[in-house]
Design a binder for this molecule. Structure first.
Ligand code: PMP
Length: 289
């Protein structure tokens, strides 16, 4: 595997960064997870735009233009002959001192890894995911705003630990007001009749790109989409609940806190959206050539 490190494609074993990089020392940096489907980089511009918004939000100057960054992603996929897979794009604050001061870091570091994808087991897409609500809250927007896709994912890791220790793979995180925010690595939707409801990002959700695509595709299929505040009541009483994310795509939730949701397995709306999404992955994307 060839890894892109600051403009150079190097062998995996030579892809190394300094121990003084603030990405490592403080989780000071931003990242994206991007899918490659059928030899095309899916929703690339949206990911690049979000990366630069995240960077702006933490006052991190990226030493490349968005166009150069997009080209670097495509180049890395090409070097690895990637047809279907997952790209991890990372921008760190760079090498600095042992102190917090980000202004001591001279230049951001850009790393691009084009790899395979680890998905949920296929049967879960038919049977549905079991999840739990956890005690670890989503960050307050005036702490680390959850809209920032930063390298500091400890909050999500702590939530994931709670989920795994409860015997499930994912969880619902609430925000400090007790409203539903999202899962530890995915956005969440509720289906009620012909309406899809997802928390607004101010409730503590990442502006997920899969979420965005679902919100665009759903009206074509006759569904109304709303952003609204949700509580656990709304989850427990929903017809269907599903999660969205680059890695997970669209996955139905069968059980929350040991309570069956709807029929206790992915419902027809979730399955229809998942099918439409899969079709869209064939249509959309920047060719790797
Ligand atoms: N929320 C969080 C916390 C995430 O890390 C992710 C990405 N894995 C998502 C939501 C989904 O976003 P996207 O659809 O852009 O992958």
């Amino acid at each position: 595997m060839k890894v892109y490190v600051n403009g150079r494609l190097v062998a995996e074993q030579n892809a190394k960064i300094s121990v003084f990089d603030h990405g490592l020392l403080y989780g000071d940096g931003v990242f994206e997870g991007i899918r490659v489907y059928h030899g095309k980089v899916f929703t690339l511009k949206r990911h690049i735009d979000r990366l630069y918004r995240s960077a702006k939000a933490i006052a991190l100057t990226i030493s490349m233009t968005p166009e150069e960054m997009a080209a670097a992603v495509v180049k890395t996929c090409k070097a690895n002959k990637l047809k279907n897979g997952y790209v991890r794009l990372i921008v760190t604050r760079g090498v600095g001192t042992l102190g917090l001061n980000p202004y001591q870091c001279k230049e951001s570091q850009v790393i691009i890894i084009a790899a395979g994808i680890q998905l949920y087991p296929v049967e879960l897409y038919k049977e549905g995911l079991s999840i739990v609500t956890v005690g670890t809250m989503r960050n307050h927007p005036e702490a680390i705003n959850p809209r920032i896709k930063s390298l500091n994912y400890l909050n999500n890791v702590l939530a994931k630990i709670e989920a795994l220790n409860s015997g499930v793979m994912e969880c619902v995180m609430l925000n400090p007001q007790g409203y539903v925010a999202e899962a530890s690595g995915d956005n969440i939707f509720v289906v009620r009749g012909k309406t899809l409801i997802t928390p607004p990002v101010w409730c503590g959700a990442l502006e997920g790109i899969t979420r965005e695509v679902v919100m665009e595709l759903a009206p074509e299929l006759g569904y109304e989409v709303k952003e609204d505040v949700l509580t656990r009541y709304d989850l427990y009483t929903a017809d269907e609940v599903f999660l969205t994310g680059t890695a997970a795509e669209i996955i139905g939730v069968g059980v929350i806190d040991r309570r069956p949701i709807g029929e206790g397995k992915p419902g027809p709306v979730t399955l229809q959206l998942a099918e439409r999404f899969r079709e869209f992955t064939r249509q959309e994307g920047v060719p790797i050539q």
